[in-house]
Design a protein around this ligand. Sequence first.
Ligand SMILES: Nc1ncnc2c1ncn2[C@@H]1O[C@H](COP(=O)(O)OP(=O)(O)OP(=O)(O)O)[C@@H](O)[C@H]1O
Length: 241
Amino acid sequence: MSANLLTLSGVHTHIAAYHILHGVDLVVPRGQLTMLLGRNGAGKTTTLRTVMGLWQASAGRITLGDQDITRLSTPQIASLGVAYVPENMGIFADLTVKENMLLAARSAQRASQIDEARLQWIFKLFPAVEKFWNHPAGKLSGGQKQMLAVSRAIVEPRELLIVDEPSKGLAPAIINNMIEAFGQLKASGVTILLVEQNFNFAKRLGDRVAVMDNGQIVHAGAMKELAEDESLQQKLLGLAL
Ligand SMILES: Nc1ncnc2c1ncn2[C@@H]1O[C@H](COP(=O)(O)OP(=O)(O)OP(=O)(O)O)[C@@H](O)[C@H]1O
């Protein structure tokens, strides 16, 4: 079994006439949390969408474990145990929290068919999901919506969880809850890939980090190394010291 759950090798993606990814090389080690950082427009979301088969790679190779997934469809990739939470979270605002969870649990017709132990585990991770179970999802706060979105992604067992900007627009107290929940998810054995803009959030949670610029990975290594090197942060992320 390879140590890396997800590997991108020389991945190029074109969107219509635009060449967006220019040979992305990225590894996501099994059981770890990898942060994908980079300025706006660097290609982070395009990378996630290409992994999920929502954009087709025009060159290069993407593997999940030992399986080549480069040409698979999004449902096929999802069925291999990959969950993706897009930046807009993909929640149905007019449906209740419960209905949103049911739609995500493909095998369940009724709430009682969602695995009970798993549901209780999700309620512990994200108490708001239980508290607002019968409320319309559109009425939740931004942080609660993000928690619902991640809960939907993990309603069935997953090997790889991919989340685009989970901390976006969240208050510091909610960010702390998120950090706690992702830490517990990782402890349960899920491999996680997060896109982030918030370096303070990223450095508290990431084991590994990859930084993108202009459609390529320009740095990859241990998060600790980047967190302790302010001049490298300045160089890669343009962070104010
Ligand atoms: N549908 C599209 N059509 C044309 N260009 C696109 C499309 N989607 C993205 N792009 C372009 O691709 C580049 C990378 O975008 P992407 O969303 O992957 O960046 P990002 O690193 O996720 O940034 P952000 O944090 O702003 O979302 C940008 O220049 C963007 O304008």
